[in-house]
Design a protein around this ligand. Structure first.
Ligand code: ADP
Length: 198
């Protein structure tokens, strides 16, 4: 298992945290250092919507309302993506799992492949700050009601994953309510990827 200072080249890591905590920003930095692809289910779904694919048409309204896409649909999306060759080097999963059934699906995918997660990184930020950041971001699903709804869904459906992964000894916590470089530095220390420019 991943401990402080241990190198995680080729690691399989889940990024967990409320919408707007900075998972995407931190994920980009971390995956570059670890040499693994960042896999964001939110980005994948937004691409599907932009392409007007069958999946995109199915999820467009759900995403716009701040609700979650159903677990069965997400299982197909994630199973296909993790079967691609680049995921063989490991990956940083951002936005999945988001529910306990999704965590069980991921556990099953890993089990079938004879693999394990190395760590689950929780990036946490207080709710008021999350709303402030989301309003600044101005994405299509970033209206205040939708932001509040995404946070409510996070508390209800996703936050239970914190305990789930803590019990399994995988949880690493990061305070996301600080300047980006400080968050990055804490994360680098946690994963032993060395200082900036390493
Ligand atoms: P944020 O970064 O704001 O948390 P994401 O970009 O990860 O949001 O996801 C945007 C939307 O895509 C979610 O609000 C949800 O509707 C849908 N989505 C993304 N990942 C999942 C998932 N694992 N399960 C269900 N819905 C998802």
């Amino acid at each position: 298992m991943a401990g402080a200072g241990k190198s995680l080249q080729g690691a399989r890591i889940v990024l967990l945290g409320p919408p707007g905590a900075g998972k995407g920003t931190q994920g980009q930095v971390l995956c570059q250092r670890l040499g693994v692809p960042a896999i964001s289910t939110g980005d994948m779904l937004r691409e599907a919507v932009a392409d007007g694919s069958e999946l995109g048409n199915k999820v467009q309204g759900i995403m716009a309302s701040g609700a979650l896409v159903d677990d069965a649909t997400m299982a197909d999306v994630v199973r296909d993506r993790l079967a691609k060759p680049d995921a063989g080097r490991g990956y940083l999963l951002d936005g999945y799992p988001r529910t306990l059934p999704q965590a069980e699906t991921l556990a099953g995918i890993l089990r079938d492949a004879g693999q394990e997660l190395d760590a689950v990184l929780l990036v946490d930020v207080p709710e008021d700050e999350l709303v402030r950041r989301a309003l600044l971001r101005g994405r299509a699903d970033d209206k205040e009601e939708v932001i509040r709804e995404r946070l409510r869904v996070y508390r209800e459906k996703t936050a239970p994953l914190i305990g789930y992964y803590r019990e399994r000894g995988l949880l690493r916590e990061i305070d996301g309510n600080r300047p980006i470089e400080e968050v990055t530095a804490q994360m680098a220390g946690l994963f032993g990827t060395g200082p900036e420019g390493d």
